[in-house]
Every structure is written in C-alpha cells, then in structure tokens.
Design a protein around this ligand. Structure first.
Ligand SMILES: Cc1cc2nc3c(=O)[nH]c(=O)nc-3n(C[C@H](O)[C@H](O)[C@H](O)COP(=O)(O)OP(=O)(O)OC[C@H]3O[C@@H](n4cnc5c(N)ncnc54)[C@H](O)[C@@H]3O)c2cc1C
Length: 397
C-alpha cells in the first residue's frame, strides 16, 4: 500500500489545488448543503463550464472529447481536492459520472457529437432512470416497457427516485423490451429527451425540506431506434457499465465526521461524558480503518488496476456513521435539537440537515444490506443470496 503521492501525483494535486483556490471558497462544513441555495443550478452550470474550459471537467476522458487524458488516480486526487472547496457539483455528478460515459461507450458518432460537449460544458444535464417502485435493489425486475413501432420504440411506465429529473434535459432509461426471457436478458437502454411530450416529472418532497429527486411517468413516449444504446436485450450489460463508473467516487466525506463532533463536544462542554467518549473512539477507529481501505483502492488505481468489491465497505461505514454522529450531536444540543437562536443555526444546523440526509445516503447507490451482500459474497466468499428467478422468463412471475 502506498500512503504518499508519487512526485507526479503530488504535482497534479498542487496544480488542482491552485486552480480550485483561484475560483472557489474553501468548504465551510458549518454551511448547509449547498443544494438548497436559490442560484445553485446556475452556479453549477458556470462552474462546470470553467472546469471544462480548463480540462479539469473529466480528468480520465481522452483529450479529443474535451477530457484531460489523465489517469483514474488523478481523477481521485481531483475529487479529493474539489471536495475541500464549496464547489457546486451535484447536478452534474450522475450525468457526467454515469450517463454520458454510457453514451460514449455505446452511442453512435452522432450521439457523441450531439451530447458530449454540451454536457461537459454544463449546458445540458442528464439523469439516470433505472429504479422503479418495485425494482430498486433488484433493478433487473423493472416493468417499464418499450415496444417497437416502426422506426420508434414506445415507452410506458414509471420510474422513481430519479435524482435531478426536474432539471434534466436528457436521461438514460432502462426498459423491458422482451418479457419472455429471464429478467436480465429482456432489457434495453435508450436515450430519452426529458422535455418531450409524454414525460411527466413529479418532484418528491423530502424530510430535509428539499426536492432533489422525482417520480417520472412515461406515457406513449416515442424514442427513435437510433437513440438505442446497445443491442435490444443487452440493456443489463449497458447498465453494468453505467454502474461501474461509480467506482471512482472515493472523494471527500459526506458530512460532519468524528473530528467535527469532537470539536462540537468541546465547545458544548460534553467531552467528559464516558458514553460519548466510547462512541467517539469507535468512530475514530472505523474512520482510520476506512482511510486505509481507501489507500488500498487508490494504490490499485495508481498501478492501473481496477479496484475490487471491497470498495463497497466505504459507503456502509460513512453513511451509518454520518447518521450516528448527527444523532449524537442533536442529543447533545438538548430539547430534541431545536435551535431557537437564528445566529446559532448556521453553525449547528448542519447536524440536523445531515441527520435527515443520512438515511437517503444509506439507500442510494446500493442499500446497506445489498452492499453487505456484495462484501459477503465477493470479498469474504460466503454462499450466494437466493435467486429463484434467475433462469425463468420474466413473464412467468
Ligand atoms: C438519495 C437517492 C438518490 C437516488 N437517485 C437515483 C437515480 O438518480 N436514479 C435511479 O434510478 N435510482 C435512484 N435512487 C434509487 C436507489 O437506487 C434505490 O432506492 C435503491 O437501489 C434501493 O431500492 P428500493 O428503494 O426500491 O428498495 P428495495 O430494493 O425495495 O429494498 C427495501 C429493503 O429491502 C432490503 N433488501 C432488498 N433486497 C435485499 C436482499 N437481496 N438481501 C437483503 N436485503 C434486501 C433493502 O436493503 C432495503 O432495506 C436513489 C435513491 C436515493 C435514496
């Protein structure tokens, strides 16, 4: 395991940090999650364009398509450095991290010409339409169907939890095109224009007060066959490429960590509480373990290798600790964490907001249980989860 940057990596880190310092303010953990700011979308589009103009938008993409031609390790370094600043990146994370790479991998030259630069420069936003009310962890069990009609496909069904669909211009949608084969074999991926007739986006109101994701209804939406990504029936393979692109997400922390709650406990005078001290020790030990696991991932990337399934450990630890840490901070505040002094809100409400956000983090991109299944099966080599429908036609259920 390598703990230090190589000289080249250190030089890239310094360059990235200098660029970020020139354009952004350092992250203020005390500030509420920036997705709530009124002008957030405009700021995000501007920042995306600045990055693209300076070849920092997609580090690993080839230079010919506007990337930097860099290494996966440089992308990780960029994520870590950008995570230290108040960077408005949320609207582009899924599109540029997962959807557009899928278009690059499976789209035609026309698709690449039409979509890639506009997304890279922040002009168009993409969303990922996989999950449905009865198909989340088991996404291959989805029911939204696309039926061939002349040169088009006609799409009908419902998606849910679609992040950013309310401002997205395009999406990649996974649909069932053949119900008479096993579930993984009857799926096809398409590009869908989110502004066209028949697409209805209904924002979901969250406990935190925001509306970051949506229900999306498709009613007789026509998609030209030329907007198919991959062959009919190959949608699962295409979806795996989309999901694989999540693997570089080993950047900054999702919210307050052990250090922040320790600082808070010092200011609140509760550091001597033995129950709190025992919890703090647990959070610290797990954070150190996770830090070393991340070094393992980074070492693999640095050597040009692909990180393994042990990467799944990260989200299980960070999301659960985020919830636990914020819960403890709110308990420390007394009165169920009600903040009555508005001058205190900016400094302390980060715990309340992160507490409401943490359960979502434990679900998004694979629930705790699914990630633990992956760790059990693919890291520890334990027996596989029961999969009764694996070889039967989808229509048989
Ligand atoms: C913040 C957020 C953003 C999201 N953004 C998007 C997006 O942009 N696009 C998109 O397509 N989706 C998105 N999702 C959806 C997300 O991928 C799903 O919510 C997730 O995969 C879980 O699916 P589900 O909600 O249907 O729960 P289910 O799969 O129904 O799970 C319900 C419970 O059963 C457990 N469970 C299920 N299967 C097993 C098993 N085999 N073994 C043990 N336990 C099991 C789960 O762990 C969970 O506790 C988002 C979700 C969130 C919270």
């Amino acid at each position: 395991m390598d703990f230090k940057d190589s000289p080249e990596e250190a030089a890239f880190r310094a360059e990235a940090h200098a660029f970020l310092s020139k354009h952004l303010k350092p992250k203020n953990q005390a500030a509420l999650r920036s997705g709530r700011r009124e002008d957030y979308l405009d700021q995000a589009k501007k920042w995306q364009n600045i990055k693209a103009e300076n070849q920092f938008a997609q580090i690993t993409w080839p230079k010919e398509i506007g990337g930097r031609g860099g290494t996966p390790m440089q992308q990780v370094i960029w994520n870590q450095e950008e995570g230290k600043f108040d960077a408005p990146i949320a609207p582009f994370t899924i599109g540029l991290g997962m959807c557009v790479p899928t278009v690059i991998a499976f789209g035609s030259d026309e698709h690449k010409k039409r979509y890639v630069q506009k997304a890279l420069h922040g002009e168009e936003i993409w969303c990922q339409l996989f999950s449905e009310p009865a198909a989340g962890s088991d996404v291959a069990g989805l029911k939204t169907k696309a039926v061939k009609d002349g040169d088009d496909w006609v799409l009908n069904g419902q998606k849910v939890w679609t992040s950013g669909a309310h401002y997205a211009d395009f999406g990649i949608v996974l649909a069932r095109t053949d119900p008479d084969v096993p579930k993984h074999k009857g799926l096809t991926m398409f590009i869908v224009d989110m502004k066209q007739q028949g697409v209805e986006v209904r924002p979901i109101h969250q406990a935190s007060g925001g509306s970051e994701f949506n229900e999306v209804y498709f009613t007789d939406v026509r998609i030209p066959d030329s907007d198919r990504l991959g062959e009919p029936g190959m949608g699962w393979k295409v979806a795996l490429v989309t999901l694989m692109n999540e693997r570089l997400a080993v950047g900054g922390s999702p919210g307050p960590d052990w250090q922040e709650i320790m600082d808070y406990a010092r200011s609140a005078g509760t550091m001597s509480d033995p129950v709190f001290r025992a919890k703090l020790a647990d959070w610290y030990v797990a954070a150190q373990g996770y830090k070393l696991t991340k070094f393992r991932t980074q070492t693999a990337l640095s050597k040009g290798e692909t990180p393994g399934p042990e990467n799944s450990i990260g989200k299980v630890i960070t999301a659960n600790h985020l919830q636990d840490i914020c819960n403890s901070a709110i308990e420390m505040q007394g009165h169920y964490g009600i903040i009555s002094d508005k001058d205190e809100a900016a400094a302390n409400a980060i715990f309340q907001e992160s507490f409401l956000w943490a359960p979502g983090l434990r679900i998004a991109g694979g629930t705790d249980e699914i990630l633990k299944n992956i760790i059990a099966e693919r890291v520890l080599g334990l027996p596989q989860d029961v999969r009764v429908d694996k070889d039967k036609p989808f229509s048989a259920f």
